[in-house]
Design a protein around this ligand. Sequence first.
Ligand code: PBG
Length: 326
Amino acid sequence: MFPVDRPRRLRRTAALRRLVAETTLRPEDLVAPLFVGEGLDEPRSISSLPGHAQHSLASLRAEVGALASAGVGGVILFGVPTTKDEVGSGAYDPDGIVQVALRDLRDTYGDDVVVMADLCLDEYTSHGHCGVLDSCGAVDNDATLELYARAALAQAEAGAAVVAPSGMMDGQVGAIRSALDESSHADTVILAYTAKYASALYGPFREAVNVEIAGGGDRRGYQQDYRNRREALREARLDIDEGADIIMVKPAMTYLDVLSDLASELDVPLAAYHVSGEYAMVKAAAERGWLDGAGIALEQLTAVKRAGADFILTYFAREVAEGLNP
Ligand code: PBG
């Protein structure tokens, strides 16, 4: 018998496998995206995101409590306003639904839960774009930055520990950092959606927030082209120079190469967003009995960590965190 290397030796028992596992998924690695609907007395379910709802203020408070008990790393809020307009006023109105919800959560949980706010206009604009439009109907980058700065202040004022600009406008991180620093919110963290790709995987999210892009339009003029890999590094360096504290890749599973690049090249914390379509695909197949949903959720989220993410925004946060707890 010649000597062979036997990697299987380390796979013999569950205890050995656990001892040598390179990647560990913990509840605190997960951040739960949550929707809050203006004027709702009861949560309203979202058919393409089973287990999720547009929350009322009361159900949001309860859900955040349950998530905190499960040990998740944080929550990120998205607002569903009752009215929209051309300039997305609800995003920066101090009485806009997310600002109201942020104050409520701050009063209830203080600094015990990391509460983040998605910072964008698309939920609040009548045309569904992430910025304001110029006279030709194109998204006006620099006019949008002024509104993002106002939204950042409104969110920070209302108690967001982290603001997360998701609109992919050039210069958005710099504009928000300056606005925060100039107004006594130097401690507010910026989690930048740095490499956010124009993806077909956002469909269920758009149902969740009632967003339809006018005229059958899309976001390819501002979100990244999925044919590009190195471009993500360029975006990341810009965001870090402008003051991003954390950078994020979105979606997750189809961009593990990008995550891996950013993890090896950069030294800021790195997040990934396992998006609505990624969740819905697993849920739909599991519902049909075609796949083991819980098994896939764990495998996918662990893979995202293995590729380099420090934490993951995921609609699986609560169920996976609860499953990880003894
Ligand atoms: C924009 C935003 C989107 C998502 C998060 N922030 C939608 C978009 O870019 O069209 C998608 C998240 C998901 O699909 O889970 N505010």
